[in-house]
Design a protein around this ligand. Sequence first.
Ligand code: NAP
Length: 304
Amino acid sequence: MTAQLIDGKAIAAEIRGEVGLRAAKLTEQGVRPGLGVVLVGGDPASQVYVRMKTRACEEAGIMARDILPGGDITQADLLAIVDDLNADPDVHGILVQLPLPKHLNETEVTERIDPSKDVDGFHPVNQGRMAQGSPEAFRPATPAGIQELIKRTGIDTSGRHVVIVGRSNIVGMPMSTIMLQKEDGANATVTVAHSRTKNLAEVTRLGEILIVAVGRPEMITGDMVREGAVVIDVGVNRVDDPSSERGYRLVGDVAFDEAFERASWITPVPGGVGPMTIAMLLKNTVTAAERALRTVASTQPSMG
Ligand code: NAP
């Protein structure tokens, strides 16, 4: 069998288009959705990512406010920035780019964000609500984007065995929670593998849907993929490539060419999961703005 490609670029563009329509409607009603992005220090990879987010916001009609404190900011000053964004009625979503420099306490910063503005979905209130199946929860953008990719490609997950490799708080763990939900695009039987898993290949070969978020270039080889599986590769790894102009190329956590021969569907790297993450962040921001508008409307005195 050879696989069909899951087109993350096209599906993400579709979502950004839908977000743009919702943002335009809100703006007509007097509320321009706003996203506050805090990037501490000058990490070049994070700067590129933040610039991409800002551009995507602008294209979708979302106001992006970038706050770029130096790498030596104190915990108290960073918390004060979060407090200001929490209090600002023009900011509906807040994102603090992780990881933070070592001297800062990430947990305290994440928990300081107002859960109703936590469009990254990392606040324990949103994580808890998500685990309980609440539709109010903001879900982390990458796993939410993967679910959307699967759904919009028309792949059924109900009753199927989803194997996830990786248990990070931003991908693997929330992915398992989402896939277990009693909802369309989930209802799966879920196995989560990690660095302590024994006989990893035996486990991955069980996956009718195999989702890999490990951060190791091409670790999942073709023989680890079940014939006919759907393969979702979250990994983004730079490997040296003197033949390329930049001196490197991007590869996933899955050996693409080998897996392509066995899978029924597969995401490319780049152009698979990556574009979905920003699209889902924008979607969460517009949702936060719509909720803020409803809250204002419901607290205004009736004219009747
Ligand atoms: P992470 O926090 O480093 O977690 C990696 C996970 O992989 C851990 O749970 C680890 O197990 C597991 N692991 C490591 N080596 C393993 C092995 N040999 N066998 C089985 N499991 C192993 O990484 P992450 O943040 O989830 O990111 C994973 C990858 O996805 C990275 O390449 C990252 O760049 C990419 N990513 C992409 C996007 C996107 O938008 N496309 C978003 C987020 C991340 P332990 O828990 O036991 O240590």
